[in-house]
Design a protein around this ligand. Structure first.
Ligand code: NCD
Ligand code: ZN
Length: 444
């Protein structure tokens, strides 16, 4: 028997621990994990020289843009950045131009993406105006809904609890997830207006307008509604210690909630905003040392379920604004997330097992991405090969993403993805993209 691909001499991260073995791949799936002598012949063979093999990373928070925002990022550059960063699947966000919020806009977006993807992509929709459309959007292939509480994106009136409740009720019936951007629109709008009237545009004014109170209020509100509907809610980019307390309490009483942390909220504080200026502007903002410490503690305790990059690319001129109020918030994180986290592994702050849970196993489970997130016989062959010793200095000018900026520029990293396999195909090798757009698939 001759199979499509055999990788030999790896240290493979399986649910039973790390095994020294090879992997045989046939038609995009893992056929066998075994010692070299027990692996079949293959048309494509590769010796991994003892490197670590992890399940391909899943980033459940990515803004791939394209369409009206193709100047910021498009499906090719965004998924090239994903492959370069060790991700084999990304979940695309709906705040696009046009907004992904109904069957037609989702269908158009998927059609455009189809032949451009280098890694797999699943799509998230905003809520439609008519909650009855939720089912057909799921029928079209959306794997989640994104609820922005900071501004109206999509058709839902977020100021009205009854409407939000109705939407959550309807989603509950379809069994997909609701990912939430938790910032209270009322607080941030009023505070922003007030600071602007005071002619303030300093970092502290920005932080006060996007306070942790605003995050806490939004989380409290949604936990209350989730409790009533039993819909599953996944809180994106948690930034503050107080929010973690609320989520812990909710989990404790059985409310179906999970949450995400980003590398920037784990590694940067508001003091860094003075140093990295606009490159570090993102929403919710990075906060105090007390908050980052609480995030790390929650990560270690398993209270945080996923690490997402919140890859939010913008054009340089949108970041290079004099007034902070005009700076487009967001950090291009796909190419820095894994090297930054592997550096933390090397520092002993995180284990490989925790990293795999946060970036592959848990996102696959939460978003129902079948047969992914774990290396096992029969699962899909999405893999990332890691060199834990390779050292680099982050250089955003080399990003595959169109957004060639990062607050992490110049940071030294130890540990890097050296190969990314998507559906059994080698897509990235030593930082270079070696496959054609269209290798990635749309996951429905
Ligand atoms: C995101 C973007 O640019 O799309 N920006 C951000 O600061 N995180 C929007 C978002 O996820 O809130
Ligand atoms: Zn967000």
């Amino acid at each position: 028997m001759q199979v499509d691909c055999v990788l030999t001499n790896g240290r493979i991260h399986t649910p039973r621990g790390i095994v020294e073995a090879g992997i045989a791949i046939e038609e995009g799936r893992i056929l066998k994990i075994a010692k070299k002598t027990n692996l079949p012949k293959a048309s494509f063979k590769m010796d991994l020289n003892g490197l670590l093999v992890l399940p391909g990373l899943i980033d459940s928070h990515v803004h791939l843009r394209d369409q009206g925002y193709a100047y910021k990022e498009d499906f090719v550059t965004g998924t090239a950045a994903a492959a370069a960063g060790g991700f084999s699947l990304v979940v695309d966000m709906p705040n696009n131009k046009p907004v992904t919020m109904d069957v037609q806009s989702l269908r158009e977006r998927m059609k455009l993406a189809q032949n451009k993807l280098l890694v797999n992509a699943a799509f998230c929709s905003a809520f439609p105006e008519n909650t009855k459309e939720i089912r057909s959007i799921v029928g079209e292939g959306a794997i989640a809904f994104k609820l922005y509480l900071s501004e109206k994106i999509g058709g839902l009136n977020i100021d009205d609890d009854t409407e939000v409740l109705q939407a959550l009720d309807e989603v509950k019936m379809t069994n997909v997830q609701v990912a939430v951007h938790a910032e209270d629109k009322g607080i941030t709008e009023n505070e922003t207006k007030r600071k602007q009237e005071e002619n303030r545009s300093d970092i502290n004014a920005y932080l006060e307008a996007h306070s942790s109170d605003s995050e806490v209020k939004a989380i409290e509100r949604i936990i209350g509604l989730a409790e009533r509907t039993e819909a599953h809610v996944h809180f994106c980019h948690i930034s503050s210690a107080k929010s973690l307390e609320l989520i812990k309490k909710a989990k404790g009483v059985g409310v179906s909630v999970t949450c995400e942390a980003t590398p920037h909220h784990l590694l940067l504080t508001s003091r860094d905003m003075k140093r990295y200026k606009n490159w570090a502007v993102t929403l919710p903002p990075v906060r105090t040392r007390k908050d980052t410490e609480a995030l790390w503690k929650a990560l270690k305790q398993g209270l945080i379920d996923t690490i997402g990059s919140d890859h939010a690319p913008h054009a340089i001129k949108e970041k290079n604004q004099k007034s902070l109020w005009k700076v487009k918030p967001g950090i291009a994180g796909l190419e820095t997330t894994l090297p930054l986290m592997l550096t933390q592994v090397n520092k002993g702050r995180l284990t490989i097992k925790e990293l795999v849970e946060l970036t592959a196993k848990n996102p696959a489970e939460i978003f129902h991405l079948r047969d992914r997130g774990t290396i096992l016989k029969g699962r899909l062959a999405d893999l990332v090969v890691i060199d834990l010793k390779q050292e680099h200095k982050i250089d955003s000018s080399k990003f595959h993403s169109k957004a060639k900026f990062s607050p992490f520029d110049g940071w030294k990293t130890k540990g890097t993805p050296v190969k990314t396999f998507v559906n059994g195909c080698l897509v990235m090798e030593e930082g270079e993209i070696v496959a054609k757009p269209g290798t990635g698939e749309i996951i429905r």
